[in-house]
Write a protein that binds this ligand. Structure first.
Ligand code: SAJ
Length: 443
């Protein structure tokens, strides 16, 4: 069976190499955009375009390229003789938080122009409710002259990838297949069952679209709860991490590993390509409905999470002030550009928001981000040496190896602002640091 995967990103590439490893013939189609065209040549020589650790990925990529099971191209006519076409292109939101579906619409036009009878089309991009039926389907039908549900099958099946676990998630996490018709859902479920070892749910298009958005909005709200509870605890002079440990000790009656409470961890903010935008895509769907309820919790959670870099900035000002310095005259070393630990993805990273509001001379280090269009990551030594404040923004495992004595000897002023609960506050204070942290109570 031949599969064309449109969009060589965090979603499309792992899917392509997993399909190839299962014996499918896979064309990875990537348009020659300035941001991503280079992936075509990297992929075709078996070179991973991902920073950060991706277990199993490298060997799957090399094997699938060497076996000829997978190749990358910018040629959409590979779709013509494909049995399945998967669309996994980006669906960002604009500055004003409105969906930008231009990439999806353009990919849909290219698929439609090359669509053959009998093909299964799977939309994996995260979309606002109603999008697959009201935007993608009409484009596919207009460009191909074929009818969805009759001459081709159309499903929406959202991705559940996570940088750092790209392959494991693909193989082990359940999938939700929404079909334009029950027959479409049936055929889609068979396709995903070909490589996914977990349960495959079948439903309609809209239910599947909304499930994805609710899944990520739920996580964003839970992170916001941890952040807000941490700010409250700090204000009350209580260490949030102690509170969290005790609250999360509440066992579920049916088993020790399912806590009746599961408060997540507070931090320097929420970044990445999912959580900062998916809640807005969900709320955007409401504009077509006449419910007389305007959501407040989900938008408020977004505001709380987006406020966390501001909290870190205040903690930097406080720590330096206690050391008798002004931030504007200080050297600040920031640890972590990636939005998430042990990955190299700086998209929507809280660090970028912090850098926008931070004064003083700032150097940023990240073991997994080699370059970025607006920030030049520095070596760790240069980031720490002579600095007045060390700011933890991403809790990469590499930072857990840092020796406090060594850091102390390298810094001009010994202040630490811990955005991720990485260091032990008492140990830092023992070693002569002025310590501030999200969720830490100074009084
Ligand atoms: N974060 C916190 N506190 C937490 C957890 C995360 O501040 O307790 C921050 C992270 O630092 C990061 C952001 O939130 O900046 C997002 O982290 P994430 O762990 O949610 O990672 P993502 O963005 O890769 O989320 C994805 C989502 N999966 C998909 O969209 C398919 C999310 O639904 C998953 O729960 C998450 O991966 C996961 O853990 O698998």
């Amino acid at each position: 069976m031949k599969v064309s995967v449109i969009g060589m990103g965090y979603v499309g590439i792992p899917l392509a190499v997993v399909l190839a490893s299962k014996g499918y013939t896979v064309a990875g189609i990537q348009r020659r955009s300035p941001r991503s065209w280079w992936k075509i040549s990297w992929l075709n020589i078996g070179k991973s375009p991902f920073d950060g650790e991706e277990p199993m990925f490298d060997e799957l990529l090399v094997d699938s390229v060497e076996s000829g099971g997978f190749w990358a191209t910018d040629n959409y006519s590979e779709i013509r003789d494909s049995d399945v076409v998967v669309v996994s292109v980006q669906t960002p939101v604009t500055q004003s938080k409105k969906p930008d579906l231009s990439h999806l619409e353009s990919a849909s036009r290219q698929v439609g122009e090359n669509l053959s009878t009998g093909t299964l089309v799977c939309i994996e991009s995260t979309v606002p409710p109603y999008t697959t039926e009201t935007i993608v389907k009409p484009i596919l039908e207009k460009e191909s002259g074929l009818n969805a549900g009759f001459e081709f099958n159309l499903v929406f099946c959202y991705e559940r990838v996570t940088p750092g676990r790209l392959i494991e998630n693909l193989l082990m996490l359940p999938r939700i297949v929404g079909g334009y018709t029950p027959e479409c859902a049936e055929r889609g479920a068979e396709f995903y069952a070909g490589f996914c070892e977990a349960k495959i749910f079948k439903t309609d298009l809209r239910t599947a679209e909304v499930s994805k958005l609710v899944e990520n909005s739920h996580r964003d709200v839970n992170i916001a709860f941890a952040n807000e509870a941490a700010l409250i605890c700090s204000g009350l002079g209580v260490d949030f991490y102690k509170v969290r440990e005790m609250v999360n000790s509440l066992p579920m009656r049916l088993g020790p590993d399912n806590p009746y409470r599961n408060i997540l961890t507070p931090g320097s903010g929420v970044g990445g390509h999912c959580l900062p935008k998916d809640p807005y895509l969900l709320l955007h769907g409401l504009k077509n409905s006449e419910i007389d309820y305007s959501p407040s919790l989900i938008p408020a959670a977004r505001r709380v999470n987006d406020f966390m870099p501001v909290v870190v900035k205040k903690l930097i000002d406080e720590a330096l002030q206690e050391a008798g310095r002004r931030t504007t005259d200080s050297k600040i070393g920031v640890l972590g550009l990636s939005y998430k630990e042990n990955t190299g993805d700086p998209r929507n990273s809280p660090t970028l928001k912090l850098l926008d509001i931070l004064s003083g001379s700032v150097k940023v280090h990240d073991p997994h981000v080699s370059s970025h269009m607006s920030v030049k990551p520095q070596p760790l030594i240069d980031t720490v040496l002579g600095s007045d404040c060390l700011v933890v923004m991403t809790n990469h495992s590499a930072y857990k190896e840092l020796e406090l004595e060594c850091i102390a000897s390298m810094m001009r002023t010994k202040t630490i602002v811990d955005g991720r609960g990485l260091f032990d506050p008492e140990e830092c204070i023992e070693k002569g640091f002025i310590y501030r942290g999200v969720g830490y109570a100074t009084h």
